[in-house]
Write a protein that binds this ligand. Structure first.
Ligand SMILES: [Zn+2]
Length: 377
């Protein structure tokens, strides 16, 4: 591994209530014939605001629908639309799947790309990589690009209007960032940006963690009330910007590798990225022998947030045969789990996964929290 340290980041990050009204102004700096990509549900909720903003900037409004997982064929389909429409910038409006597809298609077509997340549900919007799945939702590969989005624009009123489960998922994704950056900094591994972690990336990952512990619960209250508060602004920045910069330039480790492994268990396919990542975070804490107080506080906090931290909640148990495949996939060659500051085997991951069920149940009982229940999705 090179001793170089590398930081990469989006060219512009715009956040706030009503930010969507500025979309046309910002897109006009980077292109003239945008292609908007969104699911029907995102378009039905926000399409009129997006169209009005583009029209105010005298930009044409062309939209392509997007459903399902970010698969190689979905990406290739968007490249075809870019070529036939003569587009010079592609904009994702929606969640992580549309955003990852747009980044991959924009790169293949050689045009610029922008992320307009409609919820703070993952840190996908800021990064220079996409996660590609097969048609069944199983992890296939990471694709890396030579630059980050030219623009990330997130309207916090849209976040407040979206279902709370999206924000909760984003909190799960973002909580992992510090745990993984800390582990990568302690070891000798590299980041997704390509070098050793910058101090900046590691510090931003820690800031994300601190903002979440302080603001996550009142931010969820704000979304349930449909309003934007300073706590929600802080969590949106943590979930979208800080977690993105923190993971990409601070390093991923066990939590995301275990997430990728979990996609081998069909029981997990309806879960959000952040829900699966949170199982990975607790498993990483057990795997690294974190202090008992830290493990127990993590179980309590994530239970209060509404994130799963037991096998029961994700449709598995310590006896599930799928856990062997999960542990094997999480420790494949090239997986980020090998950024941990000690060698990790599939047997170690299997043991940690089996252990989290009892830890979660004991901590909940000790701290007056409800027993884990299967998440309905
Ligand atoms: Zn993630």
């Amino acid at each position: 591994m090179s001793a170089l340290t590398i930081l990469c980041c989006p060219a512009h990050y715009v956040q706030g209530a009503g930010a969507i009204n500025q979309l046309g102004h910002h897109i006009k700096q980077i292109g003239t014939i945008p292609l908007l990509v969104s699911s029907d549900s995102a378009w039905n909720r926000s399409g009129h605001l997006v169209a009005a903003s583009l029209e105010a900037a005298e930009l044409p409004v062309h939209r392509a629908g997007f459903q399902g997982y970010t698969t190689p064929s979905a990406v290739d389909g968007l490249v075809e639309k870019i070529r036939t429409g003569g587009h010079d910038v592609i904009i994702a409006l929606g969640g992580g799947s549309a955003i990852d597809a747009v980044k991959a298609a924009g790169h293949l077509a050689g045009i610029r790309w922008a992320s307009v997340p409609t919820a703070a549900s993952s840190d996908a919007p800021t990064s220079a990589l996409s996660v590609i799945y097969n048609d069944d939702g199983e992890f296939l590969e990471y694709r890396f690009f030579p630059h980050n989005p030219d623009l990330v624009l997130i309207d916090t009123q849209m976040v407040a209007d979206a279902p709370d489960r999206f924000l909760i998922a984003g909190i799960g994704d973002a909580l992992a960032t510090w745990l993984e950056a800390r582990a990568t900094a302690r070891g000798t591994g590299g980041t997704m940006a390509g070098g050793r972690p910058t101090r900046t990336g590691t510090a931003l990952a820690k800031l994300s963690w601190e903002l979440l512990w302080e603001n996550a619960l009142p931010a969820i209250d704000a979304v349930r009330a449909g309003v934007v508060t300073p706590a929600l602004e802080a969590v949106v920045e943590a979930n979208t910007l800080l977690s993105g910069l923190g993971f990409e330039s601070g390093g991923l480790a066990a939590a995301h590798a275990i997430h990728n492994g979990l996609t081998a268990a069909p029981q997990t396919h309806g879960l959000t990225h952040g829900q699966k990542v949170n199982i990975g975070s607790l498993t990483q804490l057990v795997l690294e022998g974190a202090p008992t107080q830290e493990v127990e506080d993590f179980v309590e906090f994530t239970t209060r947030v509404g994130l799963p931290n037991s096998l029961t909640e994700i449709g598995l148990s310590p006896d599930s045969p799928e856990l062997t495949a999960v542990a094997a996939d999480a420790t494949k060659e090239g997986e980020t789990i090998h950024n941990m500051p000690f060698p990790v085997t599939a047997e170690m991951v299997l043991a940690a996964l089996k252990a989290i069920e009892g830890i979660s149940r004991r901590v909940r009982a000790q701290r007056g929290l409800p027993e884990p229940q299967l998440i309905q999705h």
